[in-house]
Design a protein around this ligand. Structure first.
Ligand code: BGC
Length: 554
């Protein structure tokens, strides 16, 4: 599976994904071309030059399908179309052609665990009888209690206290409840029904035939549920509900889900090069290889760098573990620091380690000071560190600007169900989804000519693309240089650790002499002999300061 060193055209190379840099676009917040304050596909097409300047290999687009946007588009009402707010299928084709022309591949997001309550099949189900074909596409059950007034089980959802909602909420008249792992507006599909399997194969083929190169599979550990009766109750089995060690959870990570992915793999392999997929699976580490097998999805996100502290020890241990896991089935590692579900990593790294980030967000970012400068500095150091590792890297729009989380979105403008449906115990994820600042001087910072769907704070001007472009020390230039260099340096997927004699400094190298050193919080560290290729912050007198990463060739 590893690179043979033979020259192959980028577009024929079936292993292109193994060490690709994939840039996540959250379409509603990238660029708006029609002044409605919502980013769109034409907006993306208008920024191909920018994407090209980043030296990325692929983009991954979060959902752009028709959706009432209860969960930012992860509530899909039609899997084989484009939301009119974001464009048309013709706009999609135009965007895809322009991306390919620029040498950038494209992943689309597939959301197979649930749809939107506005999906035609759910609308049909809610108006149909219990046990009908229409209801059997979802998970409808009678309630407990004398009159079925209690949900069938005590299972909880991610975005609501109960994983069951009474059908009357959506106009149903048969006193049943339906299951949803997320918001009530996101009913779960019944994956025991072959019709659902067939329909998703049709969706995958629809996009694959249009030319997409890969798929990001949302909640890949969902889909199959243990619906055997009597139902297992959560209060007796909590640890097994969705992160089981044995593939026998109630709501997620069940072994049967791999039967589905084996069928998907067969479809992917009918293309040349085969379509690729990456699983978003929130599972125990030892179960990750099951999703990343070449018989199933091929790759699985590893989110550990999002959660670990910025310390030498945790970074080293995490790399070692991730590499071991990737080896289990010949997949490649997936590194990432940010995405649309997480607090931007520049902000995380600018907070004292003792700060409870959830409470801090609930205080609108006021309960503890944020050191923005150190945060951005450490964020760049962390990025250069992961970019030098073997495997692929997933970047999230705006991180290349060193952008921080927006912590004070007024309650009336919050969109995220993680806040709205969840008894407001969590501020949610809107703060990382605020539209990008392109131009410090323009209205809405050049994102749109109409009011942006989430408010952009005044300080966004300091991070705008036009302010950073061409400035050697800016975050944007650092990303551009690093990604360019990485393209030249990419080599076999191996690393060797080197002793540094300093607990705050890590040093590893790749087989071609590409060396990476990071100093976490130590005093300046003498960089070993070699050609300095680039660094995340200025280096003086050959010494690596705290919160800095350097790449050298030796
Ligand atoms: C997506 C989230 C979404 C959830 C439900 C996640 O994994 O990344 O943004 O809310 O799935 O679809």
């Amino acid at each position: 599976m590893q690179s043979t060193g033979q020259p192959v055209s980028r577009y024929q190379d079936k292993n292109w994904w193994r060490q690709a840099v994939v840039y996540q676009i959250y379409p509603r917040s990238f660029v708006d071309s029609n002044a409605d304050g919502i980013g769109d596909l034409k907006g993306i097409t208008s920024r191909i030059d920018y994407l090209k300047s980043l030296n990325i290999d692929a983009v991954w687009l979060s959902p752009f399908y028709p959706s009432p946007l209860v969960d930012g588009g992860y509530d899909v009402s039609d899997y084989r179309d484009v939301d009119p707010k974001l464009g048309t299928l013709a706009d999609f084709d135009e965007m895809l052609a322009a991306l390919h022309k620029a040498g950038i591949r494209i992943f689309v997001d597939i959301v197979p665990n649930h749809c939107s309550y506005l999906h035609q099949w759910f609308q049909d189900a809610i108006t149909s009888l219990p046990n009908s074909l229409e209801r059997n596409r979802f998970i409808f059950r009678n309630g407990r209690g004398e009159n079925g007034e209690l949900p069938p089980t005590d299972w909880v959802s991610h975005f609501a206290p109960s994983a069951w909602t009474h059908e009357s909420t959506f106009g149903g008249k048969h006193n049943q409840w339906f299951l949803h792992y997320f918001a009530p507006e996101q009913p779960d599909w019944n994956w025991d029904n072959p019709e659902i399997e067939e329909d998703f194969l049709k969706t995958l083929k629809f996009w694959a035939d249009r030319g997409v190169d890969g798929f990001r599979i949302d909640v890949a550990h969902g889909l199959k549920k243990d619906l055997s009766e009597p139902f297992r109750m959560r209060n007796t089995l909590e640890h097994e509900v969705d992160r089981p060690a044995d593939g026998n959870g109630i709501l997620a990570d069940r072994n049967e889900v791999f039967d589905v992915y084996r069928k998907w793999r067969k479809l992917f392999n009918q293309y040349d090069p085969p379509k690729v997929a990456v699983a978003e699976a929130n599972v125990l580490p030892e179960r990750v290889p099951l999703y990343a097998s070449e018989e199933t999805l091929g790759q699985c996100f590893d989110f550990r760098f999002i959660f670990i502290p910025f310390t030498a020890r945790s970074y080293k241990e995490s790399v070692a573990e991730a590499i071991e896991l990737a080896k289990v089935n010949g997949s490649s590692c997936t590194w990432c620091l940010s995405n649309h579900d997480q607090i931007r990593h520049a902000t995380k790294l600018g907070l004292d380690k003792s700060v409870d980030r959830k409470l801090w967000m609930l205080s609108d970012g006021t309960s503890a000071p944020l050191d923005k400068e150190s945060g951005t500095r450490r964020a760049l150091a962390a990025t250069l560190f992961i970019l030098a590792l073997p495997g692929s890297t997933y970047l999230y729009q705006g991180e290349e600007l060193g952008l921080h989380e927006v912590t004070d979105i007024p309650e009336s403008m919050i969109q995220d169900p993680q806040y709205l449906k969840n008894l407001k115990v969590d501020k949610g994820r809107d703060g990382s989804r605020v539209p990008l600042p392109w131009n410090a001087q323009a209205d809405y910072f050049g994102f749109s000519t109409g009011a942006s769907h989430l408010p952009q704070p005044a300080w966004f001007k300091d991070y705008a693309v036009n302010v950073q472009s061409g400035k050697a020390e800016s975050a944007l230039s650092t990303y551009q240089r690093a990604l360019q260099k990485r393209k030249e340096l990419i080599c076999e997927e191996l690393i060797t650790w080197h002793e540094t004699g300093n607990a705050e400094v890590l040093h590893f190298s790749r087989p071609n002499g590409w060396n990476c050193l990071i100093n976490f919080e130590g005093s300046d560290y003498l960089i070993p002999q070699g050609e300095i290729l680039l660094s995340s912050a200025p280096i003086t007198d050959g010494r690596l300061p705290a919160g800095t990463t350097v790449w050298i060739k030796r």
